[in-house]
Design a protein around this ligand. Sequence first.
Ligand code: NAI
Ligand code: MG
Length: 500
Amino acid sequence: MVEAQLVGLDPRVEAFLQGGPKKLFIGGDFVESVSGKTFDSVNPANAEVITAVYEADKEDVDRAVEAAERAFYGDWAKVTPSERGRLLWKLADLMDDHLEALAQLESLDNGKPVAHARAVDIPLAIDHFRYYAGWATKISGELIDSSAGRSMLTYTRREPVGVVGQIIPWNFPILMSAWKLGAALATGNAVILKTAEQTPLSALYLAGLIQQAGFPDGVVNIISGFGPTAGAAIVTHPRIRKVAFTGSTEVGKLIMQQASGNLKRVSLELGGKSPNIIFPDADFSKAIPGALMGIFFNQGQVCTAGSRLFVHKKVYDNVVADMTSHAAKMKLGPGLDESTDIGPLVSAEQFSRVSGYLHKGVEEGATPTTGGRPLEHPGYFVPPTIFTDVSDQMTIAREEIFGPVVVALPFDDEAQIADVIRRANNTEYGLAAGVWTTDVRKAHKVAHALEAGTVWVNCYNALDASVPFGGYKQSGFGREMGSAALELYTQVKAVWVNLD
Ligand code: NAI
Ligand code: MG
């Protein structure tokens, strides 16, 4: 790794990090936790503490629920759909003004390249709020001509669910906050959002913008804390009516069980081991960079990461050689260095988890063509790694690694494609998949046969606020984004009016 040239910190980031532990955002105010406890948020590029934050636990969740209920039945209920839309749009405008500060804070706390946060994470989050600002005035029920005939007026209303809990991971803190808040607020719910303990900072900065935008107190509450304490308190709370979760499949299962106490509505966006299939007739000028970005973007810490790369045997050697030479040239460095391609992993825990998989891969007989070993350097750096000599049964070909590690698996179907599809679908996950071919018939045939909530053809990791996103099988259920997300945050009421 060469000497880093870090960007000068935006004065707004410096100001944000001054003045002691960052507070929780509850009832429109920044407050200390009831216990007074704090925990540290760490810079993964050098393992140094950035700042402490107050740690929420059950009592703080109780306080947030009180505030959210007060808002939901009070001031928020009086806000018109048009005004809800204006508030969301205002928030998006404020985020635009604070784009650089948000991007730097995201990079500092998560480790991701600031150039990516600036070009991808924050703009997508801003777009997301603008998209749902538009929906606020378009939530409506229907008029039904029932079999009762003219004597009965029957219609439906789409009403908010109430106080909802949202638990997000650390890989895209601001973007995940936007995915969760956008649809929930457009439809009139009040929210308690818990960030991941590894990355609490940018959402607390966002809380300041939410306050400034003028949302009534208590409509949005943002708390920092750990899963088994603050997270579990949300999931088990008797007056929270819905929980939306993004994170590991393991915790997703736990949440589904624990949410049964008051029959919370549950939506889960979980892990993946997504197949990315390169056919010999692919346009390689697109497929190679697409496959590289598909696995290495965000250090591979992406739920849709194209981590099982199926390459036709006719082109396998060339594709692997090409990808290897590109991957070997990627620049590892701190996220705050403008020229960084690959930043550190988010935490010591992820570093040891991913390092463990590298070790396991070699132990099981796979060969890294590049990378393969974590860096001996302060911070949590793992180089981009491509494994060959992999069988479908190996641990690294089955389990979600959540790091910059791809397994390249040859396949040899000729005319028919059944075998590679069977192998691609042979997983308990089903979040996403990629297909690279210039044959339009093959593209659609494969897209239809893949068991995944998203299939990308001749592209990868494309996302837009208007397009539904979510999993098949154990990658979860419920769809965020697009009009589909409105269903997660509304319930249908049927009204019967006897006109006789
Ligand atoms: P995790 O699933 O434990 O954490 C995600 C969120 O859930 C965090 O906010 C955490 O505080 C919360 N949480 C944890 N336990 C909870 C509980 N019992 N009740 C309520 N909330 C709880 O993920 P972790 O441990 O950070 O990462 C482990 C693995 O999970 C990764 O290596 C990766 O494979 C996967 N993962 C997948 C993500 C995705 O986007 N689908 C995001 C993050 C992790
Ligand atoms: Mg965990």
